[in-house]
Design a protein around this ligand. Sequence first.
Ligand SMILES: NC(=O)C1=CN([C@@H]2O[C@H](COP(=O)(O)OP(=O)(O)OC[C@H]3O[C@@H](n4cnc5c(N)ncnc54)[C@H](OP(=O)(O)O)[C@@H]3O)[C@@H](O)[C@H]2O)[C@@H](O)CC1
Ligand SMILES: Nc1ncnc2c1ncn2[C@@H]1O[C@H](COP(=O)(O)OP(=O)(O)O)[C@@H](O)[C@H]1O
Ligand SMILES: [K+]
Length: 491
Amino acid sequence: MLSIIPGKSVSQLDKAFISYEGITSLDLMERAAVSFCNWFFVHFPKNENAIFIFCGPGNNGGDGLAIARIFSKTTDKVHVVYFEDSENCSNDYQSNFAKLPKNISKIHIKDFSFNISKDDFVIDGIFGVGINRPLEGIFKESIEKLNRVEGMKISIDIPSGIPSDAVLDGTCFKAAYTVTFQFPKLSLLFPEHASFVGDIHIADIGIHDDFLKSFSNQKFLIRKSDIPGLHKKFHNFSHKGDYGRVIIIGGSVGKVGAVLMASKSALRTGSGLVHAHIPKGERLVLQIAVPEVMVFDSQEVQDYKQFDAMGIGPGWGMNVDISFYRELLSNYNKPVVIDADGINLISKNPDLLKLIPKESILTPHIKEFERLVGICENQEERLRKAKDLAKKHHIFIVLKGAFTCISCPDGNQYFNSTGNKYMATAGSGDVLTGMITSFLGQGYKPFNAAVCGVFHHGLAGELASVVKRRGLIASDIIDYIPATYTQLDID
Ligand SMILES: NC(=O)C1=CN([C@@H]2O[C@H](COP(=O)(O)OP(=O)(O)OC[C@H]3O[C@@H](n4cnc5c(N)ncnc54)[C@H](OP(=O)(O)O)[C@@H]3O)[C@@H](O)[C@H]2O)[C@@H](O)CC1
Ligand SMILES: Nc1ncnc2c1ncn2[C@@H]1O[C@H](COP(=O)(O)OP(=O)(O)O)[C@@H](O)[C@H]1O
Ligand SMILES: [K+]
């Protein structure tokens, strides 16, 4: 897992790392600039347009100057726009300013005309993780003007204006791409910043994971390379019992589809035996749609303990016999997955919270989460409350959305890196419930089940959206679950 370091610790990280590597801070800045340019040359291989690089007074501006020097080797159309005289800027800024070659034009922001055409590049090196207050004066005015011009806008490390770990207050540069160094800054993952951050690329500057870990603040990004090691291996003689017997409990009149999707997803994720518990009279539809699923109504299940895992809540509605739910949670002594109305019912009956088996996994989207914990001002508050709830009740909270966050009982928080906007469609959460339930039933530890669930779910969505785009529906995600095993080379 990739550690996400708080902005305030980045300068300590830098100091420790350069002393460990025996390099200077200027060398590290050069690595950052090279890594940025490598990304740029791959993305824009045939660039012949002007590149305007806006450089603030700190090391973010210093990165901008080093980038300008590298670009100037291949084009004469590089313009540095600066805010402060070099002697008022950081040391590494000053060194890079002194190294700027003659073919780069240098303009003070006050003399800049903002005459930028749509094919030009606007590179934002105004502020990075060192920002410590909302923008004012010339910084605010210039960024507002830049937000109005056309051009391909790219931020170095973080869009100028966003604090690295908190929610934006005031003005911010609007980037189409953010090229961030070594790890994503936490605030890049907040929904409040969606219109400023654009697509995120993590540029490697050679600080290895073990080193980063010692500065971590219990926050991590889940990457592709983390996943294979979390999967169970099954031998050649394994039978369907080894792959787990699971049940999805939910459905109500008109909402049996949610159980259908969760059950089918569990099968596609690899469950050996999948059962569905739905209201009486709704059985036929489900049985015809997915013949592999065994369908029950409430009177027919004698003992829920026979199941290796339960997924509770898809399409359940709020007219549920609450004493049934209470008994279900009280008597089942293994972790369960709770989603949708399973969560909403807990919000209405908070005494149920303490009945949830330890290590269970709750998968709320933002609204379901806020019904549970109260309205939150922003993602920062949501993440704080999710962490507290997970610790207090010894459960996992999977707060869904872009960069779904898994909060763990030990206080760690893991952000998912797969998925895309096309997955914002009815039923996609039911698919996730089926997948996590399936992994739990296959004997995965709850943490591994949650991580593999969100990662494979997002990946299935990405694969499906290659052809489906805006037309993607939740069933398409299910169809692509098997392909995620191929992608990750999992047997
Ligand atoms: N390991 C890494 O990740 C690496 C990081 N690197 C790069 O370094 C960047 C961090 O650099 P940094 O610490 O110098 O901070 P940065 O954001 O440039 O600005 C600080 C300056 O701005 C000022 N200031 C602050 N807020 C202000 C405001 N609202 N309005 C006006 N002024 C304001 C503040 O001065 P103050 O006024 O507070 O005294 C100070 O002068 C990082 O994002 C990355 O790009 C790479 O080079 C190498 C590897
Ligand atoms: N913009 C997005 N980027 C990545 N994943 C997304 C995005 N929007 C939604 N998703 C994913 O799709 C799923 C939606 O779940 P949910 O809101 O419960 O849908 P539903 O209630 O319709 O089943 C979640 O797993 C979420 O992470
Ligand atoms: K920036």
